[in-house]
Design a protein around this ligand. Structure first.
Ligand SMILES: Nc1ncnc2c1ncn2[C@@H]1O[C@H](COP(=O)(O)OP(=O)(O)O)[C@@H](O)[C@H]1O
Ligand SMILES: [Mg+2]
Length: 230
């Protein structure tokens, strides 16, 4: 489709050249007024302009179709983590403990990332997992969120195996801050409350205060209403 625009441009050029050569000789032999020839040149432009924009729209459309295909590929990925029939809700007043019991997990068969890992984080404790890149820190966090199921062993949150919980209730209680921050176009306020669109301004400010971002945000040109752009 990218070759279409140059082709249309070339055709326009040829058409104009023809008019100039043929019309020019007719003007010279006094069988045509100069004004008529100039008018024809404009007609040619007016004729090719819509064709040119059509071909440009066509290439935009092709690009959109390619992107759309990519999106539906992602949407078509089979879901392999789903709620059990008897999944229970993780209650809001659970103790907040996290425990790994002999967890073995990996992404590809026979290539475990975590091998027989056990640890317990008690309520109120802060724990840092430290290790070289690729040692499985992010994978462990993905398991707490149950983005994947373990191969063997158990991951417990609040004393429940994450496979016994509904994914919705687990997602409400587990928060994950990613290594690479991602911001949406919109205001700072909207970015903070994108998971809970009904959150009031006060709730957003309270959340920002809790993570120590309030002062930083207040110092932005429009505070919480600063527009973020990519
Ligand atoms: N989505 C994935 N698919 C396949 N392999 C993965 C995926 N995510 C991570 N891995 C592999 O798992 C191992 C642990 O990765 P990761 O948990 O990201 O480690 P860390 O966060 O400690 O750097 C690495 O070898 C990595 O290549
Ligand atoms: Mg990581």
């Amino acid at each position: 489709a990218q070759v279409m625009v140059p082709i249309v441009d070339t055709l326009t050029g040829f058409a104009m050249a023809t008019v100039i050569v043929v019309g020019g000789s007719m003007v010279l032999s006094h069988s045509l007024d100069v004004g008529v020839m100039v008018a024809f040149l404009f007609y040619i432009q007016r004729f090719f302009d819509p064709i040119r924009s059509l071909t440009m729209q066509y290439s935009v459309m092709q690009r959109a179709m390619a992107s759309g295909q990519r999106i539906s590929e992602v949407l078509d990925v089979p879901v392999d983590v789903s709620d059990k029939d008897k999944a229970v809700k993780l209650s809001r007043d659970m103790d907040g403990s996290v425990e790994f019991r002999n967890v073995t997990f990996g992404y590809r068969q026979h290539l475990p990332v975590l091998k027989n890992v056990s640890f317990r984080v008690n309520p109120g404790e802060t724990v840092a997992l430290v290790g070289p890149t690729g040692s499985g820190k992010s994978s462990s966090m993905a398991l707490v969120h149950r983005f994947y199921d373990v191969w063997s062993g158990q991951v417990l949150v609040g004393g429940h195996d994450v496979r016994d919980l509904t994914q919705d209730s687990l997602g409400e209680q587990v928060a994950m801050v990613l290594q690479e921050p991602f911001l949406f176009s919109g205001t700072v306020l909207e970015n903070i409350r994108y998971h809970k669109t009904g959150a009031s301004r006060e709730e957003v400010v309270r959340a920002a205060l809790a993570v120590g971002a309030h002062d930083f945000i207040e110092n932005l040109p429009d505070g919480y209403d600063t527009e973020l752009e990519q």
